[in-house]
Write a protein that binds this ligand. Structure first.
Ligand code: XUL
Ligand code: CO
Length: 434
């Protein structure tokens, strides 16, 4: 029986750009085949449980604006929330969702109560997933909202907090495994510091390394076949977070011997906070072999914080998928909308429209990216720019040494002439596709 929350909103369908139905897909035809794959299989959209169903609409200056019939801390309300969530997944035809433990179950007074609550909801999800097409892209533990984590989880100076966090992650990995999740995510919002005056950074990094190793050990122990993903973010809520950006995370993984076990879940808004473009983060992760999944939500470019808005710029999104497709596309990863409504968008229809818009923008972006790849213009320009490295001169250079190179440069009177980088021509080229 329907909860009635979405009233008469019908299942969203692809109707093309001639339709004026604001709740139809205009660009996302899930069955359209692009580069040999259906759009649904390329994009692998996921709804984020926390922003859509648990966030009350607050900002730093004011509290709750949304009134949802499931707000409250009981198991019955958690189940009502799950009912509404699966109704929305169905309206959107969403192939995936993602959740934190704290989004889906009431907060208990102890680890045991939290675990009981989570297990009961996981069973409830499992039952729903038997008849729903929506699968679990990833699960994660909220190790940042409760006051016990105010000084960090894995990096807390108090070993009891480390223990509580480790125990909680175990239960969330069990939940993810049971629901057939395709990844498990760790985002360390409080793994960092407020002031170095009270922080032993070396110890905290070692503890965080050990914590992540325990996650990987447990994954193998239970036979979880999904990918373990770390999500970089430079700051907020901590003044400085250790998982600053893709490059910092890779250095961390390498130091603790985890670079072949763990990949990255990159978020557009976090890239901007780190002073990078999203493409920079994607290209870095791809070059280092750790591009896993994305959180496809943008920030507001005028405010310096993480506004988690649905994507709405096709040119930006096109470059996102260009890098993802060039890396071979998603395997276990996908496109998670870690995005929330604006706090004035009170109505159920706003939730639906936000996701439809995000999916459409991503579909347009992916199609533009695929067209650029199929045309090959950017790749040709790249090959031409680096062509010297495929010639005998360039090829031999890397196996040489400074002394031999110095003699060669003198002997052959090598005196390179600068060449144009052709940036404007390439920018104009991209403009043809977006
Ligand atoms: C916070 C953020 C998280 C992670 C999951 O900025 O992105 O919601 O995606 O914990
Ligand atoms: Co995120």
């Amino acid at each position: 029986m329907s909860t009635g929350f979405f009233k008469d909103i019908q299942k969203a369908k692809y109707e093309g750009t001639s339709s004026s139905n604001p709740l139809s897909f205009q660009h996302y035809d899930k069955d359209e085949v692009v580069m040999g794959k259906r759009l649904e299989d390329h994009l692998r959209f996921a709804v984020a449980y926390w922003h859509s169903f648990a966030w009350p609409g607050g900002d730093p200056f004011g509290g709750q604006t949304f009134e949802r019939p499931w707000f409250g801390d009981t198991m019955d309300l958690a189940k009502l929330k799950a009912d509404v969530a699966f109704e929305m997944f169905d309206i959107l035809d969403a192939p995936y969702f993602c959740f934190h433990d704290a989004d889906v179950r009431p907060e208990g007074d102890s680890f045991a109560e939290n675990t009981r609550n989570l297990e009961e909801i996981v069973d409830y999800f499992a039952e729903k997933m038997e008849t729903s097409k929506t699968k679990l892209l990833w699960g994660t533990a909220n190790l940042f909202s409760h006051r016990r984590y105010m000084s960090g989880a894995a990096t807390n100076p108090d070993p009891e907090v480390f223990a509580f966090a480790a125990a909680t992650v175990k239960t969330c990995m069990d939940a993810t495994h049971k629901l057939g999740g395709e990844n498990y995510v760790l985002w360390g919002g409080r793994e960092g510091y407020e002031t170095l005056l009270n922080t032993d950074m070396g110890r905290e990094l070692d503890n965080m390394g050990r914590f992540l190793s325990m996650v990987v050990e447990y994954k193998h122990k239970i036979g979880f076949k999904g990918t373990i993903l770390v999500e970089p973010k430079p700051q907020e809520p901590s003044k400085h977070q250790y998982d600053f950006d893709a490059a910092t995370c890779f250095g961390f993984l390498q130091k603790y011997g985890l670079e072949n076990e763990v990949k990255l879940n990159l978020e557009q808004g976090h890239a901007i906070l780190a002073g990078h473009s999203f493409e920079h983060e994607l290209a870095t992760a791809a070059a280092l072999g750790v591009l896993g999944s994305i959180d496809m939500n943008r920030n507001d470019y005028q405010s310096g914080w993480d506004t988690d808005q649905f994507p709405n710029s096709v040119p930006e999104v096109a470059l996102t998928y260009y890098h993802i497709l060039k890396d071979g596309g998603f395997t276990t990863g996908g496109t998670n909308f870690d995005a929330k409504l604006r706090r004035q968008s009170l109505d159920p229809v706003d939730l639906i429209a936000a996701h439809i818009g995000g999916m459409d923008v991503c579909a347009r972006g992916l199609k533009a990216a695929a067209a650029m790849i199929e045309d090959g213009g950017l790749e040709d320009a790249l090959n031409e720019r680096y062509a010297g490295w495929d010639q005998p001169f360039g090829g031999d250079l890397l196996g040489s040494n400074l002394e031999d190179i110095a003699s060669q440069v003198a002997r052959e009177e090598i005196n390179p002439a600068p060449k144009s980088g052709r940036q404007e021509i390439l920018e104009n080229y991209v403009n043809r596709f977006v």
